[in-house]
Design a protein around this ligand. Structure first.
Ligand SMILES: *Cc1c(COP(=O)(O)O)cnc(C)c1O
Length: 474
């Protein structure tokens, strides 16, 4: 019972130097609440303990609990150093934003703005107006609309034009994209009825024609963005599709997945249509993601013929799928970079995709040198070298394409690899590397400025830990 009488007062804990330090960094009420909870927890614990505990120990127990709880309050989103060489890594937030997009977010989101105000007329405006002209300018489309993401864009298109009616899709395009986007499921939720035609590898114009009836409202094409059926080219089918649509007075919707504005053929990225080409082919509605090859924020972008885009704007579903000011600001910054800036230097994913093997080899050499000079005595490191790699675009774009790159390869003493990879993932920032043939590859294509130093720092920390645990005095 003495234990209970010895429980320190909340003020006493708040007077501890360590807690005082914290109180200056955090909201005082937050710290007080956590201290109160810790005192209460201690009271419950002590009821079950028979042995006497000194007041000093009681204070220490509470303080430790408070410190632990507060350090766990830092949130769960962290920077990750992407050493995988997958440029649009779906698990790592897809496209990192460029500086202009970040500036726009800063300037707009932290202040009042004209999101829904027409400043000329002094009346209510539309959030959808802001990036529409930029998208028209950059793609040649008649109109544009931006919603939450591409899944929402597809849903909106189907719901607007084919609710309770039929949409014809080729069996070769019933795609599933990572993160559980499945065309048949989205179609069901939109209220449209899926009519499958053709086979997995071959669908002819005549297959569509024989499925068209008085209930048909749309011809739908999905870009097979994460796999390839060899021998079937999107461009040819696109022209055939638009001709069919015209002939039968049906809109053609093309779910493009990734929207490409900047032609990257010079770096070997060919075979996927540019947005401008799909518009020129006469597609009525095109949808794509903002955070795939466009290199912008998460968004679902719809471009196409004015009469269709306007109809989608009027759908009540648009309100539920609407895009927020942060994404609009980032998208405006990104699109302006394409229009009048320098996308190759300033849009991170384009810069990464444009990096030449020679440039990457130099970069890998520099990183290897930095690691080498810091990890000389690391008992677990057996070898360090630079190696050519085959990098991927990711994000469901160019699924079969491999772009030549370079990585720093670390070879460890046997059995150490998985544990070191785990430790590096648990550091802040985390480092995600590729593990291959029992070696660790840190691919330099996907590193961002300043990552070299962070990698070296993380490795130093790991080496220090290893030295302590192995009893080494280095
Ligand atoms: C990625 C992708 C989607 C989903 O886009 P989100 O922006 O992630 O919603 C839909 N269709 C295709 C073809 C895609 O590649």
């Amino acid at each position: 019972m003495d234990n209970l009488r010895n429980i320190p007062a909340v003020d006493e804990i708040l007077g501890d130097e360590r807690i005082k330090d914290l109180s200056s960094q955090y909201n005082r009420q937050f710290v007080v609440t956590i201290v109160r909870q810790a005192v209460e927890n201690l009271r419950l614990e002590l009821k079950l303990e028979a042995e006497a505990v000194s007041k000093k120990d009681l204070i220490e127990r509470i303080t430790q609990q408070v410190l632990k709880k507060i350090s766990a309050s830092k949130g769960t989103l962290y920077k990750v150093i992407n050493g995988t060489g997958v440029v649009l890594h779906t698990n790592l937030g897809r496209a990192p934003l460029g500086n202009r997009a970040l500036e726009y977010i800063n300037r707009i989101a932290g202040d009042y703005n004209n999101l829904e105000m027409d400043l000329t007329a002094g009346t209510r405006g539309s959030r959808y107006d802001h990036v529409e002209n930029l998208l028209i300018e950059l793609t040649g489309a008649e109109a544009a609309l931006v919603v939450n993401n591409n899944a929402a864009a597809v849903m909106l298109g189907l719901n607007t034009f084919a609710f309770d009616k039929e949409v014809i899709v080729s069996r070769g395009q019933l795609v599933e994209i990572g993160g559980s986007f499945r065309i048949p499921e989205v179609m069901k939720l939109s209220g449209a009825k899926l009519v499958e035609v053709g086979t997995t590898n071959k669908t002819y114009a005549s297959d569509y024609v024989s499925a068209i009836n008085e209930n048909t409202r749309m011809l739908f094409t999905a870009h097979t963005s994460n796999y390839k059926i060899i021998g079937f080219t999107a461009e040819v089918s696109m022209l055939e599709m638009t001709a069919l649509g015209k002939e039968h007075s049906l809109p053609v919707m093309y779910d493009l997945g990734s929207g490409i504005i900047y032609d990257m053929q010079q770096w070997g990225l060919s075979g996927e249509p540019l947005l401008r080409e799909s518009v020129a082919a006469g597609v009525d509605i095109i949808s794509f993601s903002g955070d795939k090859l466009l290199g912008g924020p998460q968004a679902g972008i719809l471009i196409g013929k004015k009469k269709y885009i306007n109809e989608m704007k009027k759908n009540q579903l648009t309100r539920a799928l609407r895009v927020d000011k942060i994404a609009i600001a980032a998208l405006e910054g990104t699109l302006l970079e394409y229009l009048s800036g320098n996308p190759v230097d300033n849009i991170p994913i384009i810069r990464m995709l444009a990096a030449s093997p020679e440039e990457l080899k130099d970069k890998a050499g520099e990183l290897a040198d930095k690691i080498r000079s810091n990890a000389e005595n690391w008992c677990k490191l057996k070898d360090i070298a630079i190696k050519p790699t085959e990098d991927m675009v990711g994000g469901g774009a160019y699924p079969t394409l491999r772009i030549p790159g370079y990585a720093v390869q670390l070879e460890f003493v046997s059995g150490a690899l998985e544990e070191i990879a785990r430790e590096l993932r648990l550091m802040r920032p985390a480092l995600l590397a590729r593990l291959q043939d029992n070696k660790m590859l840190i691919n330099v294509r996907t590193l961002i400025n300043g990552d070299d130093e962070l990698i070296v720092r993380n490795l130093q920390e790991l080496i220090k830990k290893d030295d302590i645990s192995s009893g080494s005095s280095i």
